[in-house]
Ligand binder design. Structure first.
Ligand code: ATP
Ligand code: AMO
Length: 432
C-alpha cells in the first residue's frame, strides 16, 4: 500500500503510517501499548487514554491479537521502547480483524506441535524462526543457482508427468493421462542426461520429485525438491568437485547474507572447511563395522543401514563422499569402472546425519546401457525414448542429485524434514 511509510530508520518528529499485525497488546490501565509487526520488524504504539480521542483508544485497544491494522501517528523518542522510538497514533484502522481464539500462538510463547503448525502454516510462518527457515531456503536456492552459473550450466525444466520410473528403491505415484497409465516423475535423471547430448552440454534443474515412500520418517517426503546437475565430458571425480562447490556456496551465502535469520533460529552455523573426505564404500563399511554400533557386521554388497550411516557420520564428523560402490546396488544408468565391472563410479555425498546426494558417471555406451536395463529386470523398450538418443552421439557424462530439503534441514539442524518445506506432502498430509 502506498501509504505504508514507516521504516525502521524513522526518526523522532516524523509522521508515519505503519500497516501490519497486532503482535501484542499490553494494557497497564491509564496507558496501553500495542506492538505492531511487519516484515521489517516490530514497533511500539502508545495509547494514553486520558489524552486521546475515545474512539481512537477504543479501536486501537479493541482489536484481537494478529488483526491487521493501519496506524498513522508521530514518531517519538522513548528509551523504554524496544526500538528506542514509539508511535503516538492519530488514526487507527482495523484492516482485517482476527478472531480472539487462534489455532497457534504466532508470538512463539506457546509451543504448538508440528501437525498444528503445518495445518496453520500462515500463522506459523509469522514466527521469526519459521520465517527465517524460509528466507534461508530462498537464499540457498539463489546461491545454488549462482554457483551453477559459475560452473557454466544452463538451467532446464523437464516434465513431471512421465511414462517410466528410474529410481528403483522407491515407488511411483501412478496417474491417468488421457486414459493411459503415467507417473509423477521420481527424478529428472533421464531427461537431464538427454540434455548433455544436446548443445547445452552442462545443465541443472531445481524442481519437484515425487516418491511414494512407504514409511513416514523425519527425512523423507513424498514431494521433495531435487537440485540436479549433469555435465557432458565430466568424470565422476569432476562431478564430486562440482557438488562440493555448490554445497559450500550455499553455506557461504547463508553465513554472509542471513545473519539475522541465523540469530532468530539460534543455530551455531559453520561453513564446512577443507575438502570433503572421499571414502570408498569398502572403507566405509570397515569403519562402520569398527564402531561396533551394528548388531550384524556389514559385508560387501550391503546397502548402508540408517544406523550405519549415523555411526559413520559421527566418526567422520564432516560432509564426506562415499565412492566406489558395488555395481549391483547402483542403478542401471551408473557406469562401472573400466578396469573392474564389480565396482561402480557411483557416489553418495553425506552430511554426518544423513545422505544428501547421489551421483556418478553415466553409462553412455548404447549396448552396455541396454544390457544394464535387462540386468535390473527393466524392459529396455519402455525406455526407447531415452536409449535411442545414445545411438546418435552421446558424450561421456556425469552428474548428481541433491535433496534440497535435506540440505536445509542439515544446515539448520532441523529435527524434521517437514520443517524445511512450507506445505509438505507425506502419507497423512495432502492439504494444505
Ligand atoms: P535415497 O532413497 O533417495 O537414495 P535415502 O537416504 O532414502 O536416499 P536409501 O538408500 O533409500 O537412502 O536408504 C538408506 C537407508 O535408510 C536404508 O538402508 C534404510 O535403512 C533407511 N530407509 C530408507 N527409506 C526408509 C523409509 N522409508 N523408512 C525407514 N527407513 C528407511
Ligand atoms: P537419489 O534417489 O539418491 O538419486 O536422490 C537424490 C537425493 O534426493 C534426496 N531425496 C529425498 N529427499 C526427501 N524425501 C525423499 N523422499 C527423497 N528421495 C530422495 C536425497 C537423495 O540423496 N537420479 C539420482 C541422482 C543422480 O544420480 O543424479 C537420484 O534421484 O537427498
Amino acid at each position: 500500500m502506498q501509504n505504508r511509510t514507516y521504516t525502521a530508520d524513522a526518526e523522532p518528529g516524523d509522521t508515519v503510517t505503519v500497516a501490519g499485525w497486532v503482535h501484542e497488546i499490553r494494557d497497564l490501565g491509564g496507558i496501553a501499548f500495542i506492538i505492531v509487526r511487519d516484515t521489517t520488524g516490530k514497533i511500539q504504539v502508545k495509547f494514553e487514554k486520558d489524552e486521546m480521542d475515545d474512539d481512537l483508544v477504543e479501536t486501537g485497544l479493541g482489536v484481537n491479537r494478529e488483526s491487521v491494522v493501519e496506524i498513522t501517528g508521530d514518531v517519538k523518542e522513548e528509551p523504554r521502547a524496544p526500538t528506542d522510538v514509539e508511535i503516538v497514533p492519530t488514526e487507527v484502522e482495523v484492516v482485517a480483524a482476527a478472531e480472539p481464539e487462534l489455532p497457534l500462538d504466532p508470538s512463539g510463547k506457546v509451543d504448538a506441535d508440528l501437525s498444528t503448525r503445518l495445518d496453520n502454516r500462515t500463522l506459523d510462518a509469522r514466527k521469526d524462526d519459521v520465517e527465517a527457515v524460509f528466507k534461508i531456503r530462498g537464499e540457498v536456492l539463489r546461491a545454488v543457482r549462482e554457483q551453477f552459473r559459475e560452473l557454466g550450466c544452463s538451467e532446464i525444466n523437464t516434465p513431471k508427468i512421465v511414462a517410466t520410473g528410474t529410481e528403483g528403491g522407491t515407488e511411483l505415484f501412478p496417474i491417468t493421462y488421457f486414459g493411459e497409465e503415467a507417473f509423477m516423475n521420481q527424478s529428472p535423471q533421464l531427461f537431464k542426461q538427454l540434455m548433455v547430448g544436446s548443445g547445452l552440454e552442462r545443465v541443472f534443474e531445481i524442481g519437484p520429485i515425487f516418491r511414494a515412500e512407504e514409511h513416514n520418517t523425519p527425512r523423507h517426503l513424498n514431494e521433495a525438491t531435487s537440485i540436479d546437475f549433469e555435465s557432458a565430458f565430466y568424470t565422476h571425480e569432476e562431478a564430486m568437485d562440482a557438488c562440493e562447490s555448490v554445497v559450500k556456496a550455499a553455506y557461504e551465502a547463508v553465513a554472509e547474507n542471513c545473519e539475522d535469520e541465523l540469530d532468530a533460529l539460534g543455530v551455531e552455523f559453520e561453513v564446512p572447511e577443507g575438502d570433503f573426505p572421499r571414502l570408498t564404500y569398502e572403507e566405509a563399511i570397515e569403519r562402520i563395522n569398527a564402531t561396533g554400533e551394528l548388531d550384524e557386521m556389514l559385508v560387501w554388497g550391503d546397502d548402508l543401514p540408517t544406523e550405519g550411516e549415523k555411526a559413520l557420520g559421527e566418526d567422520v564428523g564432516t560432509h564426506y563422499f562415499i565412492t566406489d560402490w558395488p555395481s549391483e546396488i547402483k542403478p542401471f544408468y551408473i557406469k562401472d569402472h573400466d578396469d573392474d565391472e564389480e565396482l561402480s563410479t557411483g557416489f553418495d555425498m553425506m552430511h554426518p546425519r544423513m545422505e544428501l546426494v547421489s551421483g556418478g558417471q553415466r553409462e553412455h555406451r548404447y549396448e552396455r546401457l541396454v544390457d544394464g536395463f535387462e540386468q535390473q529386470g527393466l524392459d529396455p523398450e519402455a525406455f526407447d525414448y531415452y536409449t535411442k538418443m545414445f545411438k546418435y552421439g552421446m558424450p561421456p557424462h556425469a552428474g548428481w542429485g541433491l535433496g534440497g530439503e535435506r540440505l536445509i534441514m542439515t544446515m539448520l539442524g532441523l529435527d524434521n524434514i517437514r520443517e524445511a518445506v512450507l506445505f509438505p506432502r507425506d502419507r497423512q498430509r495432502l492439504s494444505p
